[in-house]
Design a protein around this ligand. Structure first.
Ligand code: GAL
Length: 648
């Protein structure tokens, strides 16, 4: 059975509304709701005084209604009494401003009082509800991702650094502290990157990001272990927020959860939203698979998202299509933020499955349609298989955007998104893979702007190509070692031999000043002087300082092929290049012209266009219930899920 439901906040409503909630959940086919995410103040109104009566009634009521409960620990939003009693547990910005309670996420994850309070709360909840029959999953906290720069953090950062480097000498070396007289003679001098005069040390900034991810992970693990101890057998997770601001290494975190759960709010509408969904789902599936667990879309919007200055509403039909976009790519369901729209509070205009207008609304009707559909799809199972992969490494992204890089316009997420987007548009299903993963199952591996890479990972990538793999690497890759220090002898240091090129000069491009290429395409953002040391040029720069020098190259390396892109191609040209490389590598796109994804034996077809699309298929369309004999027509904005013939 798929998870279908959303964040449910009964504490915001009088109890009379609860019965209607359960009746409407049953009507919509809701199977599970997430309870308690922001309930700390209602569960522990003053320090040490717990009020669980209302939550007992909520869980019993949901159980009686046949709705399962994903029970959250409410630690993302400590109540006012907590911050007043423990002012040292309020976060401090890099500028030294200590924040005040009044919003959410206002805590310092390194403050002992906060960590103790979180463990206590997890213990109380697990002790009371660990065996409740409605409980299906634990949901620790909400979207870990806060930062603090206070003295507790400074101490924890130093502990983390000691464990990483062992000695100050090693740290001084890794951070190149001989530069600008930053050399440390005592651990006590080492601080988080607080506001300073000019550019901070890039090694310090990179390690702080690594530390924040590990420190928040330690806070999660403490709660998880309490829940596992008192509530054995119930899966534990936490919902991952996605986006460049999130200081979390999700691939690393995925190894510590029983289910990878993501929240996904596209920052665009229309087809661009569908592309973002495919990317988020492919990331989640890949993190989960590498960790040997499943994954679930824990939050998405039912309609409008409250985003200052931007309107991000969903068009009719998208609630269903977006949900199936995730399910097609392996999600164990489609959950929403939120069940019922609140009357007040900062997110009172955020959409919900039950909007302010109530159930007599388009959104609620679509929710009912989705509930029925997910029930009809209950046999869907199996994994998604891709023969093209994009290499993803959060830490490389952090390092490549650190202080003092040659171009602020080289953004890691942009590079990842562009590679994924053009492959998606060409019809390829894509996995993400990690620098330390086995690449041998992929026909083509794309490496976008991987600034930092270890020697071991570079050797593994070289071995993949040497034994017949196909590789496409884009500019600003292989530049630095694991400490973020530049590799010498010409760029892209770690990949020079594999790519058969040597770069002796970067020439980042100002915004809107493209360079022309011999193919008639143009390059943006970046250019560089490439020398061939074995590769052949397939496109050259035309005009300007780089006139005639290679821009795109191809190198036969061992039994494989390695391409290099020294500039950012526009989407159509990049798409052509990757599709050609993929085809040459033997990858076959399943079905261009529509979003087509095979999950196990089931073929998901999502039509994001305004025209019907006809696709070859055979079996039964589980959406219409009709047999499919050779072709299926997917209506404009519609979906089809074809079960193969002979399925029992
Ligand atoms: C999520 C968060 C939810 C809600 C939602 C609004 O990031 O987990 O609590 O704030 O955003 O879009």
């Amino acid at each position: 059975m798929f998870y279908f439901g959303g964040d449910y906040n009964p504490e915001q409503w009088p109890e009379e509304v609860w019965a209607e909630d359960v009746a409407l959940m049953r009507l919509a086919g809701v199977t599970a709701v997430t309870v308690g995410v922001f309930s700390w103040a209602m569960l522990e109104p003053t320090e040490g005084r717990y009020e669980f009566g209302w939550l007992d009634r909520v869980l019993d009521m949901l159980h009686d209604g046949g709705i399962r409960v994903v029970l959250a620990t409410p630690t993302a939003s400590p109540p006012p009494w907590f911050s007043l009693a423990h002012p040292d547990a309020l976060p401090v910005t890099a500028d030294g401003v200590r924040l005040t309670h009044g919003s959410r996420d206002t805590y310092c994850a390194s403050a002992p009082a906060y960590r103790d309070a979180c463990r206590r709360m997890a213990r109380e909840l697990a002790g009371r509800y660990g065996g409740h029959p409605a409980l299906t999953m634990w949901h620790v906290h909400n979207e870990y991702g806060t930062r603090c720069h206070c003295d507790h953090v400074a101490e924890a950062f130093r502990r983390w650094l000691r464990a990483r480097y062992g000695s100050l000498d090693r740290l001084n070396d890794a951070w190149t502290t001989a530069f600008w007289s930053q050399w440390y003679s005592d651990w006590a001098q080492v601080l988080p990157p607080r506001a300073t005069q000019y550019l901070p040390n890039p090694g310090q900034v990179l390690d702080f990001r690594r530390f924040v991810s590990d420190e928040l992970l330690a806070a999660y693990i403490e709660q998880r272990d309490v829940l596992r101890e008192l509530s054995p057998g119930v899966p534990v997770t936490t919902n991952f927020a996605l986006g460049g601001w999130v200081p979390i290494d999700h691939a690393r975190w995925a190894r510590e959860v029983d289910v990878v759960a993501i929240d996904h709010y596209p920052s665009a509408t229309g087809p661009a939203a569908a592309e973002q969904i495919a990317l988020a789902a492919d990331l989640a599936r890949s993190w989960a698979r590498a960790a040997g667990v499943g994954w679930l879309l824990m939050e998405q919007a039912a309609g409008m998202v409250y985003t200052p200055g931007r309107i991000l509403a969903k068009a009719p039909g998208e609630l269903v299509r977006h949900s199936l976009g995730h399910v097609a790519r392996g999600s164990q369901g489609a959950m929403f933020f939120q069940w019922r729209a609140p009357r007040g509070g900062a997110e009172r205009f955020h959409s919900a499955l039950v909007p302010h207008a109530g159930p007599a609304s388009r959104v609620f009707q679509e929710a009912c349609t989705l509930g029925t559909l997910l029930r009809d799809l209950s046999t869907v199972d199996g994994d998604v298989v891709a023969d093209v992969a994009i290499l993803w490494d959060a830490q490389a992204g952090w390092a490549g955007e650190g202080p003092g890089v040659p171009s602020e316009d080289v953004r890691y997420l942009d590079a990842i998104e562009a590679a994924h987007r053009v492959l998606y548009r060409a019809g390829f299903t894509v996995d993400f893979t990690a620098p330390d993963a086995d690449l041998s199952g992929y026909r083509l591996v794309v490496v976008p702007s991987l600034y930092l890479v270890s020697d071991a990972a570079a050797a593994r990538i070289g071995g993949y190509v040497a034994s017949g793999g196909h590789l496409v690497v884009s500019f600003f890759s292989g530049i630095a070692d694991v400490d973020g220090r530049v590799r010498l002898g010409g760029h892209p240091g770690a990949f020079r031999d594999i790519l058969g090129v040597r770069v002796d000069e970067f020439r980042p491009l100002p915004p809107d000043e493209p360079v022309k290429l011999s193919t008639g395409d143009s390059g943006q953002v970046w250019s560089e002087h490439v020398q061939l040391i074995g590769a052949t040029a397939v496109a050259s720069y035309t005009g300007g300082v780089l006139d005639g020098s290679p821009a795109v190259t191809r190198h036969e390396f061992g039994a494989g092929v390695a391409w290099y892109l020294s500039t950012r191609l526009d989407d159509p040209a990049y798409g052509r290049l990757l599709a050609d490389a993929a085809r040459a590598a033997g990858a076959v796109p399943p079905q261009p012209g529509i979003e087509a994804v095979r999950r196990g034996s089931w073929l998901f077809l999502l039509n994001h266009s305004d025209e019907p699309v006809t696709v070859p298929a055979a079996g039964v369309d589980l959406v219409t219930g009709r047999p499919v004999d050779g072709t299926v027509e997917v209506p404009a904005g519609g979906v089809a899920v074809v079960r193969p013939p002979g399925f029992v």
